[in-house]
Design a protein. Sequence first.
Length: 286
Amino acid sequence: MKTQLVDNLPVKLSDAVAPAIGNSIESRIAVAFISVGGISLIEASLKECLRRGGSAEFLVGLDLSVTEPNALWTLFSMAKVESNLRCYCFTKLGPAAAYHPKLYIATSEDSATIVIGSSNLTAGGLGRNIEVNILIRADLEEEIVSDTYAVYDRLKFHPHRVEPDEELLAFYEELYALKRKQERTLRRASQLAQLESRFKDKAASLQSPTPTARDLFGWQRLVFERLPKGQFSTHDVYKLEEQLASHYPENKNVRAKIRPILQQLRDLKLIEHTARGTWVRKRNAY
């Protein structure tokens, strides 16, 4: 594993992220804010990834301030013609602190480039602002990659996450415009509240993402694919210790890893915790 600090001085984050996306077979980006300027800095690389049969996924926040409606429409339009591109929105309107991650993952055949830090998918975040990010390059079998995918999954399968449709984006665009006017004039407060209510009702009616095989990586996939059908115990999974250890030989305490992995699979609703030390694999799990 190699690490590097990127603060946009002198190396810009876009100079590291864009090539990684272009060379990836899978890219996943979870950020609080996106802008047209930010997307333009990675758009060519994104299209190259998709052209080669790769996939890309975005988890973005809707803050009514920084995330631009035109940026959302750009991703939405691309997703309509690119089957391997998805954009999911965090729909709890409010302060930016409600949803504030900055996580980039670009995976190739044998390695992953991961960025964790302060940079949103905006022109400022990727190059103009002074930021602090750690860039990690690791082999796929290293645990940091598995752990990063687990964090990403928690963001993806949050209760307020939905795949937007045109109506939701139209609501957001109108709310965004009214919010900006309200900040300048403090008028139309009643109209804004009514539209926010309609937005929330619409968000509640949309389908949330459902876990699939593509969402499990590293430890999660290793454990899940080896679980017995139906009911099983934690002890049953401990019996897989030697088998699991062969995939991560540097981990000297596999049992300590198994318990949180089972909890992660529970949170993804792939298994259910029915009693102390007892679990059930869901019948409809992929």
